[in-house]
Write a protein that binds this ligand. Structure first.
Ligand code: CU
Length: 215
């Protein structure tokens, strides 16, 4: 992605980050055009709409960074295209917040009807790029009993910072090596657009499930 495009995408997503209504609510790229614009709709506009759905300018999948899975395989976020995605950034040695986020992602999964649950992807991306090696992430997978529906990703400093900016996640490593960080569970539609975010550590799972049910 060109730096300008990335900046615009980052800025758009950052604007939508708090208090986190959905991007779709703000400028519905997929829904019906607002009444003001119906009369000016034309075939080129419809074509344009179609290409937006296939290659949305708000899609996280425009970011081209390569991550590494806990088995050591290269992984691009774009390979999640076509599936509903539940994604959070975390670090494996977190003693408080991240374990609760993972527990809530597991609880969210249980709330979903099988038809959605079975095609959804659950993704954890570590911002602890030095300590959370693929091997450490593999250990974390085992500790938390995360099955094949979960993808655990290690990234470079750049790829992690880019993703965090796109999601509106803030993180900072403290002197003791732990991170202070935002607590966000993000729901992506099959095009990779943010359609919902659960901010904080309590509640909001029904709303997140409802957002997934619309996909
Ligand atoms: Cu944490």
């Amino acid at each position: 992605m060109k730096p300008t495009a990335l900046f615009l995408l980052t800025a758009t997503l950052a604007l939508a980050a708090e208090p986190v209504p959905t991007i779709a609510t703000r400028h519905s790229p997929i829904g019906n055009p607002p009444p003001c614009c119906v009369e000016t709709s034309s075939v080129p506009a419809i074509e344009n709409q179609k290409s937006k759905i296939e290659n949305s300018p708000n899609s996280l999948y425009q970011a081209d960074a390569t991550f590494t899975t806990d088995t050591g395989a290269p992984f691009k976020l774009g390979s999640l295209r076509g599936r509903p995605v539940v994604l959070a950034m975390f670090f494996a040695s977190c003693g408080y917040a991240c374990p609760l986020t993972v527990t809530d992602m597991q609880a969210l999964r249980e709330k979903l009807p099988a038809a959605i649950r079975d095609r959804a992807a659950f993704v954890l991306v570590s911002f602890d790029v030095s300590r959370d090696t693929p091997a450490v992430l593999a250990q974390y997978r085992a500790q938390r009993s995360l099955d094949a529906q979960w993808t655990l990703l290690h990234g470079t400093d750049d790829s992690v910072r880019e993703l965090a900016a796109l999601l509106g996640v803030k993180f900072k490593q403290e002197a003791d090596g732990a991170f202070s960080h935002s607590n966000l569970i993000t729901i992506l539609n099959p095009q990779g657009e943010i359609i919902h975010q659960r901010l904080g550590l309590k509640g909001g799972l029904d709303e997140a499930a409802a957002a997934l049910l619309k996909l």
